[in-house]
Ligand binder design. Structure first.
Ligand SMILES: C[C@@H](O)[C@H](N)C(=O)O
Ligand SMILES: C[C@@H](O)[C@H](N)C(=O)O
Lengths: 163, 163
């Protein structure tokens, strides 16, 4: 396979929760995630970009079977923080490329984004590290996303997994 | 140490580039990151949250010595995409907790955020995976951040590193 990528994974049994317009000041992220941790809820792909006019959005992904509990906790905390709103989106898929090659192959991110764009898939959230590139897309695109990435990165049969 | 965390790292020789208000449609992320990959520029911590009114922000971190070249590429691409603006921020530190324990210890994220908040550090960007939790903070807080996380997670001397 190309670039030493170990595989591509599509997770469809996850949901996205976004807290919109929270104050960008110390303690806000803690206020949201300490209670989730205390409830033993596993959060993944926590994403927060830079703020605008003192307000930030914080999103994260949770497993479907923890979603209701996570949402209840978040809605209460968001209210006390004065958040603009909480969005709950179950119709997502998380598409991830994993592999040690990412750090040493700076072209992988762009190639993954271009591959998904080539079949018309919009990237709704992005989060990357040296060993993993993850994108949130509409759940209906999961199969198509796996296929194009499998083809583009010349992966073997066992390397493109849908969960 | 607590939770099987392997260490905490502060990277201060990095800069943040943010492309503000790009269209949230297929191909935009590719337009920005394919040229960076072709220039062999290593991007880390690409972060994109959900869009508002059809527009998104995309941020990423690059090493100081690749920053000028990355910025030049991004500014040209951002212009052709009709981005609202490009922000360049060199006064940052990336604070990361690394360890296999993160996936199985859902309390780590909240505890990290709370520890940093307890010493007044604002979290400007957040990006997480099962093996790494990264926050962008003001560069001036790097030492303080390392110290509080080292103390809170009871890490040994060699486990809190400033780069
Ligand atoms: C928005 C949120 O991350 C806030 N900046 C905090 O530090 O908690
Ligand atoms: C904003 C950008 O990520 C866009 N949604 C794309 O798919 O390229």
């Amino acid at each position: 396979n190309i670039h030493g990528i170990r595989g591509v994974v599509a997770d469809t049994r996850v949901v996205k929760i976004s807290v919109i317009g929270v104050p960008d000041r110390p303690g806000v992220a803690a206020a949201l995630f300490v209670p989730l941790g205390q409830a033993r809820i596993k959060t993944d792909m926590i994403v927060q970009n830079i703020s605008h006019e003192g307000l930030s959005d914080i999103s994260f992904v949770v497993a479907q079977d923890e979603a209701q509990e996570a949402l209840a906790i978040i809605q209460e905390k968001a209210r006390s923080l004065g958040a603009v709103e909480v969005q709950f989106d179950p119709e997502i898929a998380r598409i991830s490329i994993v592999g040690g090659g990412i750090a040493s192959h700076p072209e992988i991110a762009g190639e993954m984004f271009a591959a998904l764009a080539s079949v018309g898939i919009n990237l709704e959230m992005i989060s990357t590290s040296e060993i993993k590139i993850s994108c949130i897309v509409r759940q209906e695109h999961a199969q198509k996303a796996l296929q194009i990435l499998h083809d583009r990165f010349e992966l073997g049969k066992g390397d493109a997994i849908e969960n």
